[in-house]
Design a protein around this ligand. Structure first.
Ligand code: CP3
Length: 355
């Protein structure tokens, strides 16, 4: 197979992130690599994802699978928001069917001493080898990523996935200075992780702050905003577009749009038209199809896709994606049908004048 090396000027994803007009609407999916793909299940095995990530050949293969199958406009590195912490000796694992788990969660000033800085040249060797392998094979951008400070702090402090995030919220309220130290350290780890991914050829990065929407606007502004401001400044300085994504962020969108990230990723609980009314047309947006709609009959699925494409018409930079990750029970043929529809009809639908 002859490969055309990746040419950034030909990437419709990069063009959209720079708010330039594109011939076709770019599309990729969060969790496009994963349990919905038979070729993933064939190579994955049953061990923790952290074990897979120690094998760059396998992690790169998994990263490339959805690009081959779907012809999406980007690959997203197969890794995890907790992967940068795997070599820090903090007793972390990612348990299949559960998620990130810590033997001893970090909750005190004393515990925080266990969280040292990440040195990519020693701590992220397998991740960097994976990035190198992917970039060599790809003719679309590789999206690097990290977790956002609240979401990562929640896993480290709760010690396991939490629906209510009570322990981390209590820590924010009772020991704001301890939380500040933790969040500062997490921003540093995010920036060094993303900087290393970019140095190895990632041409876009996304910050997954999935659980940020569990905060009230007040707690968001007092506890997280300064940290996210620094994160935005230091990541946009890396020279590649930066997408910030969280779920249930409707109450925070105005604050988030002011941070200076290149684009915001939207979940599916907000109406795209209403978001554009609120934020204006000058920030790039990504999303926001409900992942469960990929389980719907084909006609329903394509009607919902069409609605989103039309609603995106006023946004200069728009990237089609879901509002969260692909569900494991999704039929890959439905994903393929959406990619085809977005590529074939997206530009025309976006050019229709609003009624
Ligand atoms: O989007 C992609 O395809 C890239 C790969 C990716 C993974 N995790 C692989 C993974 C990305 C971007 C993530 C980020 C991540 N990890 C987030 C933010 C995005 C989101 O979904 O909100 C979060 C909250 C995590 C933490 C985490 N890791 C959870 C909650 C789980 C689920 C546990 C389970 O088995 O149900 C994981 C494990 C994980 N990370 C899987 C994958 C594909 C599950 C399957 C596996 O172990 O291979």
């Amino acid at each position: 197979m002859t490969r055309t090396p990746f040419d950034p000027s030909s990437s419709i994803l990069l063009q959209a992130l720079h708010q330039r007009a594109t011939d076709r609407v770019p599309v990729w999916f969060m969790r496009q690599a994963g349990r919905s793909l038979p070729e993933y299940r064939a190579v994955r095995g049953v061990e923790s994802i952290l074990k897979v990530l120690e094998q760059p050949d396998l992690a790169a293969e998994i990263t490339l699978q959805p690009v081959r199958r779907y012809g999406v406009d980007a690959a997203i590195l197969y890794s995890d928001i907790m992967a940068p912490f795997a070599n820090l000796n903090i007793g972390i694992d990612i348990v299949p069917g559960v998620g990130p788990v810590l033997d001893e969660p970090l909750r005190t000033h004393h515990d925080l001493r266990r969280l040292r800085a990440v040195d990519p040249s020693t701590d992220l060797l397998a991740m960097m080898d994976t990035v190198d392998l992917c970039v060599k094979e790809l003719n679309v951008p590789l999206i690097g990523f990290c977790g956002g400070p609240f979401t990562v702090a929640s896993y480290l402090v709760e010690g396991r996935p939490s629906r209510t995030h009570t322990t981390i919220k209590r820590l924010i309220l009772e020991e704001p200075r301890l939380f500040d130290q933790l969040a500062s350290r997490l921003v540093d780890i995010s920036v060094s992780t993303l900087a290393a991914q970019v140095a190895h050829g990632a041409s876009v990065v996304q910050i997954f702050d999935s659980w940020i929407g569990t905060l009230s606007p007040w707690m968001f502004r007092t506890a997280l905003l300064p940290h996210l401001q620094r994160l935005a400044i230091e990541t946009t300085a890396l020279g590649v577009p930066v997408i910030y994504f969280g779920v249930e962020t409707a109450g925070l969108l105005d604050d988030l749009a002011g941070l200076g990230f290149t684009a915001l990723g939207l979940d599916w609980r907000t109406d795209l038209n209403a978001v554009v009314d609120r934020l204006g047309t000058n920030i790039a947006l990504q999303g926001n199809l409900d992942p469960s709609i990929l389980l719907a009959p084909r006609e329903v699925l394509l009607t919902a896709t069409e609605d989103i494409l039309m609603a995106s018409a006023r946004v200069k930079g728009y990237i089609f994606n879901l509002g969260h990750g692909i569900l494991p029970e999704t039929d890959p043929d439905n994903v393929a049908a959406v990619v085809d529809f977005v590529h074939r009809r997206g530009t025309e639908l976006r050019s229709r004048i609003e009624p």
